[in-house]
Design a protein around this ligand. Sequence first.
Ligand code: SF4
Ligand code: SF4
Length: 282
Amino acid sequence: MLAAILSLGGIGLAAAVALGFAAKKFAVEVDPRELAVAEVLSGANCGACGYPGCAAYAKAVATGEAAPNLCTPGGASTVDKIAHIMGVAAVTASPQIAVVLCQGDNPKAKAKYRYLGVADCNAAQKIADGPKECPGGCLGLGTCARVCPFGAIEITPEGLAVISREKCTGCKKCVPACPRSVIRMAPLDATVHVLCNSRDKGAVVRKYCQVGCIACHICAKTVPEAYVVEENLARVVYEHYDQAAPAVAKCPTKCIRDFVEGYPEGSTFAPPVVPVKAEAAA
Ligand code: SF4
Ligand code: SF4
């Protein structure tokens, strides 16, 4: 009996020593900076940084593979903390927001056919390049809204994706999710955008959309610094977004929109608060 106990104890002791040795020999050294960076990230694993999750991004930062300013949802304070851990200067990327470059909801843009399949833009796009006549217009089936981790996208009852300027963190998850490339990133401070994504000629656009860009060049003639027209489509030159507003009223199809005026009809997102100048004291 004693011999059996001693022999079992011996086996246990030998196994413990072997395990301890193996743990030491095969231990993976983790850079303490990787742990520290992971600690300051939110753990939301939203993918805004371009990595599969916060842990992967922390590792990439620690190895020098990734810049410290890619966690856009974390904002400037997260960039500051990561830069401090890595001993580098904090350079915050200018904040960006996602914009749906389309206003052609169901009443305003013609349908090619009646789509009755699953409510998914990628599925709809596979059938004859989508149910809308416009090849670049929003299909309104909400694939983008379902990938947004921040609930920043809603689909209006008229079938148009709308992004909340207040809720969007600029994580970019919605951009590759859209099969029509209708969502683009733009500077957060820019409120004026050309909300069209069709590169068809003006005469063709007029046949299928009431609010599409017809490439008339009026915007570029009104403010040459703030607009370019390429491939039959006007766009705001965002380096000069602060000059873009005067063209809003001149656009004949109203495809240039200033979001200070509020969100499209049907959206539940609250209109942005427009600051009112205080009356001068009498
Ligand atoms: S923006 Fe793109 S993904 Fe979103 S509803 Fe429109 S077509 Fe679908
Ligand atoms: S709308 Fe949502 S998914 Fe798109 S960039 Fe903004 S937060 Fe990210």
